[in-house]
Every structure is written in structure tokens, then in C-alpha cells.
Design a protein around this ligand. Structure first.
Ligand code: PLP
Length: 367
């Protein structure tokens, strides 16, 4: 199997470490290792100090799995398999899908959520978010119509990257029920969970909504720790997880030992890390909303419901990749245009999780 180049990741590879400013990162500000270790308790500091750098347990450190499982009522360590988030997508798609399978993908989407399936020979059909009255909206009747024909898998991502949209609890119940009734699997990328702007809108994880439902979560976004490369699949179906573990023998076999201990520290100190990041996202959201709404000739603001991202639309010219090329060359500001999500190029992603967003907005004053 040969997946097509990952447009967004190739673009980041080009600019992430050379552009002076990033308007469009998706993660939150990362703590230093020193700060993270300082959040450890006696047990985790002991684990860190005595750590040997051998291979680790393939399904993930038992304490890491147990700590991750604590957020899924009724599930335990046996329902968790750790893997880097991107790796977890790759593994889950390989395990769930066969050539010719029909896959329904909520779009716009993080490319690998559809591309791995496509490269496996599946028929991937888009289920698009709509813009309704200046806001992102879910089209459940369209999903119902798409599910009238047999499908193997429905792939969603909430809060959605790049739009930040979230269904209501009622829509989420309807969506999961539709998928279950159709006899399809549900893969829910929940990488931006815990960053809901209104915590009351946090969705029940998909893995608790059905037997054939998989949740993907990890520490890259809300915790601001993508450098740990820690994520996990949560699912009630232990056969699915066992198959994923067997597939992982061909990807990484097991996680990096230091990352596992640091991840346990991060999960145990979750409240501290998340509070910090939620506060920054809320402040940055207010700044970004004010900035773009004050320039209605040039931008149409679209409010996110969660995540550390927004996906407004540029109305002025240049827009899209031409604007992105110009900004990075002239101002050293990297912006991700919509075409990197196979979407209308006039949209662009705004990252709300980093400390220097106000400084970047000031640079865009005259754009
Ligand atoms: C929706 C979504 N899923 C998965 C990932 C992959 O996470 P990671 O880069 O930590 O592997 C990302 C990263 O941007 C993402 O936005």
C-alpha cells in the first residue's frame, strides 16, 4: 500500500522549523521536561529515576493504560492499546478494513483519517460539514442517506480539525445510533477532546457509545505534549485491540520507555496542564474573534465549539495558498490554507493554543 503524500504534514515539514511565526499550529504550548517532571508525584518520580531503557510492554505500560482508562467509565487497562496517535490511525484502519470496503468520512478531515483507507483500496465517501447561518453544522440526514448503502466504517473527528466543530449531545446520540443500526464500525478521533469551549458540551467518548466504536485519544493537543508521541485506542472489543497489537509489531512494537513515564505524569497532572491550556485557548479565541470580526471585508469568522483551532474564511485577495506563500515570504508567518485539508482554499486554520498568537495577529494588521 502506498498512501498519497500527506499534504498538511509535508507543508509543516517545509515551514514548521523555519518560519518565524506559526499562525496555524494545532497543539497547545508545550511544557519543558523540567516543568513536567516537577508535576510528578513520589511514585512517578520513582518510576522515572529507576527507569531502565529496555523494550517496553507492547500494549503500553500497565499504569499508563490504567490511567488512560480512568476517563472511560466502566473500561479498564485491558480496553486500551497505546501507540503514537498517527500510528494508531494507521493500525486501526489496517485492522478494520479490506480492499473494496466502503468508508464514510466526515470532511474536512485530517488527511490520514481518509487516506490510509483509500490506500488500502477502500471506497472513501465524504460526509461534509455544512456552513449554516455563519456556523459549522452537521448534516445528519445526509449521513442517514449515505448509510442506506452498506458501509464498513464511519470516521469522525470531534472537536473537528480544522473547524473546531462539535455536535450537540443529541446529534452525537443520533450519529452513533445511525452507525450502529447500519452495522458499521465507528472510528472517532477524539484528539482534541477536553478542549471544549463549554465543558458542558464535552461528548461521551465513542467507545462508550457502542461495541463496535473506537476512540482515538492522546496527549498531543490538549496536554500540549506531541513530543511524547503518546496516544491510545480505546474500545470495548478486545479482539479488535488484540489485532491492533499484533499489527503494531510491524510499526513500533512498543513505546519509548521515557515517554511512557512522562505520559503517566502528564495524565495524573492532567488538571494542571489542561487548565493552563484551556485558559490560553479561551484568551486567544477572544483575540482572534475580535481581530477577524473587526475586518468583515477581509474575513468571515466561523466560531469553533472546541479544540485549539478555528477555520475562518478569507474574503480578500490574495487568498488560499497564494496568500500563504506571500505571508511566509514577506512576514515569516506560516498559515495553513484550506486546500491542505482538500477543502475550499479560501479557508485557513488559526491555532489558538500558542502563547504568541496576539503577536502574530498584530503582524497581520494590514493584510
Ligand atoms: C485530528 C488529528 N488526529 C490525529 C493527529 C495525529 O496526532 P500526532 O501528530 O500526535 O500523531 C492529528 C495531528 O495533528 C490530528 O489533528
Amino acid at each position: 500500500m502506498k498512501p498519497a503524500p500527506f499534504a498538511l504534514e509535508r507543508y509543516f515539514a517545509r515551514h514548521e522549523f523555519s518560519a518565524r511565526y506559526l499562525l496555524s499550529p494545532s497543539d497547545c504550548e508545550s511544557p519543558t521536561m523540567h516543568d513536567l517532571l516537577a508535576l510528578g508525584d513520589a511514585e512517578t518520580r520513582g518510576l522515572w529515576d529507576r527507569l531502565t531503557l529496555g523494550y517496553t510492554e507492547s500494549p503500553g505500560h500497565p499504569l499508563l493504560r490504567e490511567t488512560a482508562a480512568a476517563q472511560y467509565a466502566g473500561l479498564g487497562a485491558q480496553h486500551i492499546l497505546t501507540a503514537a496517535p498517527e500510528e494508531a490511525i494507521f493500525i486501526a484502519m489496517n485492522v478494520l478494513l479490506e480492499p473494496g470496503d466502503r468508508v464514510i468520512l466526515l470532511t474536512p478531515a485530517y488527511q490520514s483519517l481518509g487516506e490510509v483507507a483509500r490506500a488500502l483500496g477502500c471506497r472513501v465517501e465524504a460526509w461534509s460539514l455544512r456552513v449554516e447561518n455563519g456556523a459549522w453544522a452537521l448534516d445528519l440526514p445526509r449521513l442517514r442517506a449515505l448509510l442506506a448503502e452498506p458501509a464498513r466504517l464511519v470516521v469522525v473527528n470531534f472537536p473537528n480539525n480544522p473547524t473546531g466543530t462539535l455536535p450537540t449531545a443529541q446529534e452525537w446520540r443520533e450519529l452513533t445510533a445511525l452507525v450502529e443500526r447500519a452495522g458499521a464500525w465507528l472510528f472517532a478521533d477524539e484528539m482534541y477532546r477536553m478542549l471544549e469551549l463549554d465543558p458542558a458540551r464535552r461528548l461521551e467518548p465513542a467507545c462508550l457509545m457502542g461495541e463496535r466504536a473506537v476512540s482515538l485519544a492522546g496527549l498531543s493537543k490538549a496536554h500540549g505534549l506531541p513530543g511524547l508521541r503518546t496516544g491510545w485506542l480505546a474500545c470495548r472489543d478486545r479482539k479488535f485491540l488484540a489485532d491492533c497489537q499484533a499489527f503494531k509489531d510491524y510499526t513500533t512494537i512498543c513505546a519509548a520507555a521515557p515517554a511512557e513515564i512522562l505520559s503517566i505524569i502528564a495524565l495524573r497532572a492532567g488538571d494542571t496542564l489542561l487548565e493552563r491550556n484551556r485558559a490560553r485557548v479561551a484568551e486567544n479565541l477572544a483575540a482572534a474573534r475580535a481581530f477577524f470580526q473587526a475586518r468583515p471585508q477581509r474575513y468571515a469568522w466561523l466560531e469553533p465549539d472546541g479544540g485549539s483551532i478555528a477555520f475562518p474564511r478569507r474574503l480578500a485577495q490574495p487568498a488560499g495558498m497564494a496568500w500563504a506563500d506571500d505571508l511566509v515570504q514577506r512576514l515569516g508567518v506560516m498559515v495553513v490554507p484550506g486546500s491542505l485539508f482538500a477543502y475550499d482554499d479560501a479557508h485557513f486554520r488559526v491555532g489558538l493554543g500558542r502563547a504568541n498568537l496576539p503577536e502574530i495577529l498584530a503582524l497581520l494588521e494590514d493584510e
